[in-house]
Design a binder for this molecule. Structure first.
Ligand code: HSE
Length: 438
C-alpha cells in the first residue's frame, strides 16, 4: 500500500484542525483512500505553542521551503492566510509538481485566475473546499453532483459572525454595538470584526462560488459590497412588521452575458428557507436549471469543521495519487481552454424592491414631498408606516416600493436627503423574493 505524504504550511486554528482529523481518523482515511496519508512536515513561525493536539516535535519546522522543496511530499497544504507569502508558496509548490490544498479565500478571490492558470500549466490540482462555508461541502457539490447544471441563482449566508450579530439583533432588538461587544467578549467575533461585518469576507467567498459556477475568475473589485454596521433594531423590527427577515446575503444570478453579484443586507420573506439559518451557521441556497433548488447548511468556521473540509481535499487528491490517475482536474471544473470571461452587471442597472426609512419632521405635507421625489424617479410605493408623534421633531417614515432601478433610487435618496424636512440620512435595505425570477 502506498503512502501519501503531506506537508502543512501554517499551524494555526485550521492547520491544527486538519492535523487533528488526519490523526484521529487515520484508519478511516486509509480505508477511504486505499493508501495511508501521513503528515511529513508542518511549517509555522511558532513551533512552541500548544495547539491542543499531540504532535511529534520532529514534524515541526519554521522553514516552509523544507516542505516545498521536499521531493517526497505529494500534497502541500497552505493555511497561513494572507496574500503575498501564501501566493508565493502555492506557485512554487505547483511549479515543483505538487498538488495544493488551500483555505485562503482572500487569495483565491483576488488572485485566483493566476493560481488556476498555473495549476493547469503545471498539470497539478488545486483544491479549496475550506475556502467557502467552512465544513459545508459546497465546492465539491458544485464541481460534482451539480455539475450538469447552469446555476441560475446562488444565495449564501457566508459569514457566520454577521449572521450571529443579525440573529441576536432580530431576537432581542439590541443595538449593533452592544451585540458586537458581547460577541467579541464571548469569542464569537474578532476584535474588531471589520472584514466580517463590512461584507468583505462574504464577497471573497462569493467570488469563489461565481468562478466555479461560471468557470471564470471574476474581478473581485467589481462585486458590490455593503456591510451590516448601519442596521438598527428599528429597521429589523419594521422589516418584521412587513413579513421579512434581514440577512447579510451574497447573491449571484445568471443574467446571460453578465452575472449579478453583490453582498449586502437583504430583506427576505420570513418563510424563505434562508430566513431560518441563524446564529453562526452558514447556508448556501442554489438553483440549477435541471436540479431545481438545493440547500447546504452547516458550520462555516471553527477548527473541526474547517479541518474536515481541508482533509476532504487531501483525501480526494490522495485517491488520485494512489490510483496513479493521469490528467488534470481543472480547478474551476471547467477546462481553461473552454473558459469564457464573464463580467459583473453594474449595480446601478439592477432592479428590485426597496425598503426606505426616512427621518422626517412630523408636519403636514412632508409625506407628499417625499413621495413626489420618488414618483419623479419612477419609484412606486407599495406600503407606508409612520410610527410615533413628535411635534416638529423627527419621526421615522418607512416605505416599501415596487421594483425600482438602483440608479434611480440613489438619485432620489440624494435629493430627499437634502430636503429641509428630512433630518437624517435615509436608511435603505434591498428586498429579495429569494427565487430566480428573470
Ligand atoms: N470569519 C468567518 C465568519 C469565518 O465569521 O464566518 C471564516 O471564513
Amino acid at each position: 500500500m502506498s503512502n501519501i505524504k503531506v506537508g502543512i504550511i501554517g499551524f494555526g486554528t485550521v492547520g491544527a484542525g486538519a492535523y487533528e482529523v488526519l490523526r484521529e481518523n487515520a484508519d478511516l482515511i486509509r480505508s477511504r483512500v486505499g493508501a495511508s496519508v501521513a503528515v511529513k512536515r508542518i511549517a509555522d513561525l511558532d513551533v512552541d505553542s500548544d495547539r491542543g493536539v499531540p504532535v511529534d516535535k520532529g514534524l515541526l519546522t519554521t522553514n516552509a521551503e523544507e516542505i516545498i522543496d521536499d521531493p517526497e511530499i505529494d500534497v502541500v497544504v497552505e493555511l497561513i492566510g494572507g496574500l503575498t507569502q501564501a501566493k508565493e508558496y502555492i506557485l512554487c509548490a505547483m511549479e515543483k509538481g505538487k498538488h495544493v490544498v488551500t483555505a485562503n479565500k482572500a487569495l483565491l478571490a483576488e488572485y485566483g485566475h493566476e493560481l488556476y492558470d498555473m495549476a493547469e500549466r503545471c498539470g497539478v490540482n488545486l483544491e479549496f473546499e475550506a475556502s467557502v462555508g467552512g465544513g459545508i461541502p459546497i465546492i465539491g457539490a458544485m464541481k460534482g453532483g451539480l455539475s450538469a447544471n447552469r446555476f441560475r441563482n446562488i444565495m449564501g449566508i457566508l459569514n457566520g459572525t454577521s449572521n450571529y450579530i443579525l440573529t441576536k439583533m432580530s431576537r432581542y432588538y439590541w443595538p449593533y454595538e452592544k451585540v458586537v461587544k458581547e460577541a467579541v467578549e464571548l469569542g464569537y467575533a474578532e476584535d474588531p470584526p471589520t472584514l466580517d461585518v463590512d461584507g468583505t469576507d462574504a464577497a471573497h467567498k462569493l467570488a469563489i462560488l461565481i468562478s466555479l459556477a461560471y468557470g471564470s475568475a471574476v474581478s473581485f473589485k467589481d462585486i458590490y459590497k455593503e456591510g451590516i454596521t448601519s442596521l438598527t433594531p428599528d429597521d429589523i423590527r419594521f422589516a418584521q412588521e412587513f413579513g421579512y427577515c434581514v440577512k447579510l446575503l451574497a447573491l449571484a444570478r445568471d443574467r446571460g452575458e453578465e452575472v449579478e453579484a453583490r453582498v449586502h443586507p437583504v430583506m427576505i420573506p420570513q418563510d424563505h428557507i434562508l430566513a431560518n439559518v441563524n446564529w453562526a451557521y452558514n447556508a448556501i441556497y442554489l438553483e440549477g436549471d435541471f436540479v431545481g433548488p438545493n440547500l447546504y447548511y452547516g458550520l462555516g468556521a471553527g477548527r473541526r469543521p474547517t479541518g474536515s473540509a481541508v482533509v476532504s481535499d487531501i483525501i480526494e487528491l490522495s485517491r488520485r495519487i494512489a490510483n496513479k490517475e493521469k490528467g488534470l482536474q481543472p480547478p474551476l471544473a471547467h477546462y481553461g481552454r473552454e473558459r469564457k470571461s464573464i463580467s459583473i452587471k453594474p449595480m446601478k442597472s439592477l432592479t428590485m424592491p426597496y425598503y426606505f426609512r426616512f427621518s422626517a419632521v412630523d408636519r403636514p405635507g412632508v409625506l407628499s414631498k417625499i413621495s413626489g421625489v420618488l414618483g419623479q424617479h419612477n419609484i412606486s410605493i407599495t406600503s407606508v408606516i409612520q410610527k410615533g408623534r413628535e411635534v416638529n421633531g423627527p419621526v421615522p417614515v418607512v416605505m416599501l416600493t415596487h421594483e425600482a432601478c438602483e440608479e434611480n433610487v440613489m438619485k432620489a435618496i440624494s435629493v430627499i436627503d437634502n430636503m429641509d424636512v428630512v433630518t437624517d440620512k435615509t436608511i435603505l435595505i434591498r428586498v429579495d423574493k429569494g427565487i430566480s425570477d428573470k
